[in-house]
Design a protein around this ligand. Structure first.
Ligand code: UDP
Ligand code: MG
Length: 322
């Protein structure tokens, strides 16, 4: 194989929320992958797995802690409370010191064999490797259609993202550092990655069903991810208000001309024309103004909130004596 790059250390970053059932499968599977890649000398011996417990209420953290004691290539961090998949992922990515990171869900829906393809692509010179699913057969009817609607809505709003790619991807250290430079509170990682602009490619895989446990993404969380995606990446909704206001102002100008003509032809009750002009025109102008002001407030809102995104309450496998 043609390689440009030295043998990198790899961290597989896994956000976990109430994953007691899936965790043992996940741990065994990912350790296998790490060992296989080490044997093939695709990654260095410092490589390992980094689990992020996103404030789970079940035994997930206990399982993570135990696995950190049992295996020297496993680490874990625990967030102080549930902050959601995207934030848990950022916490893990920020904590990793590896040369390359692969993010993957704990439920093994993503094909772990694609990790090897991703690492090979890294050796070929790519800094971002997207895992893209080649079918949606394992999705429920609801999930399939909401996902489709979501992609349509996002692209209408001008957000560039890789279709059928979620958060299964490889990032090199340079790409990861660039991603971590985005310090926004509202974070939608898969929309930010294409903005980074490093050499990128895709590997295809087929997504299966959850290995164990239930989805932690009910419709409510999916909707809030969609809203987060849109509001954190684009101000198109604010612009739509402005465009709407402008259209109303244009229509009211025509309505105004009509009212004046009616007045001149003497077909009006006294006072009708001026009231109509005032209502239509001022309504339009107000909407336009609100849209413009909203645009600025939206920008300030996004820029000024510099809240910490998460707190790490416990760490395992870092300075532990092994
Ligand atoms: N997850 C998380 N925090 C949450 C919800 C989910 O860290 O608040 C994790 C979860 O443990 C899993 C990944 O995010 O590793 C994807 O969640 P899930 O598989 O439930 O979503 P789905 O595949 O159903 O969209
Ligand atoms: Mg899943």
């Amino acid at each position: 194989m043609k390689t440009f790059r030295k043998c990198p250390s790899l961290d597989i970053v896994v956000p976990c929320y109430n994953e007691t059932e899936a965790f043992p499968f996940c741990l065994a599977e990912l350790r296998n992958i790490i060992n296989r890649l080490k044997d093939k000398e695709l990654i260095s011996s410092q490589s390992g797995i980094l689990f992020v417990d996103d404030g789970s209420k079940d035994d997930t953290w206990r399982l993570i802690s135990e696995s950190c004691q049992d295996h020297d290539n496993v680490k874990g961090i625990k967030l102080s409370r549930n902050k959601g998949h995207q934030v848990a992922l950022i916490a893990g990515l920020g904590k990793s010191e590896a040369d390359i990171v692969v993010s993957i869900d704990a439920d093994l829906q993503d094909d772990t064999n694609a990790i090897e393809d991703m690492v090979v692509k890294y050796h070929e010179g790519f800094d971002v490797v997207y895992g893209v699913r080649n079918n949606r057969q394992s999705d429920t009817f609801l999930k399939k259609n909401t996902a489709l609607l979501f992609y349509k809505l996002m692209s209408f709003m001008g957000v560039n993202q890789i279709q059928n790619h979620a958060d299964f991807r490889l990032l090199s250290r340079v790409a990861l550092n660039a991603l971590l430079d985005y310090r926004e509170e509202n974070i939608y990682i898969r929309g930010l990655i294409p903005m980074l602009g490093f050499p990128s490619t895709q590997v295809f895989y087929s997504r299966s069903s959850r290995v164990a446990g239930e989805s932690k993404y009910p419709l409510k969380k999916m909707l809030s991810l969609a809203v987060e995606g849109i509001t954190s990446l684009t101000i198109t909704p604010l612009r739509m208000i402005a465009v709407f206001g402008l259209s109303i102002a244009a229509i009211s100008t025509l309505a105004g001309i009509y009212a004046i003509i009616e007045k001149l032809l003497g077909r009006t009750v006294d006072g009708w024309a001026s009231v109509m002009i005032g209502v239509f025109f001022l309504g339009g102008v107000q909407m336009l103004s609100l849209g413009v002001i909203g645009e600025y407030i939206g920008k300030i809102y996004v820029e000024t909130k510099r809240r910490p995104k998460f707190f790490i309450s416990e760490e395992k496998g870092y300075n532990d004596v092994k």
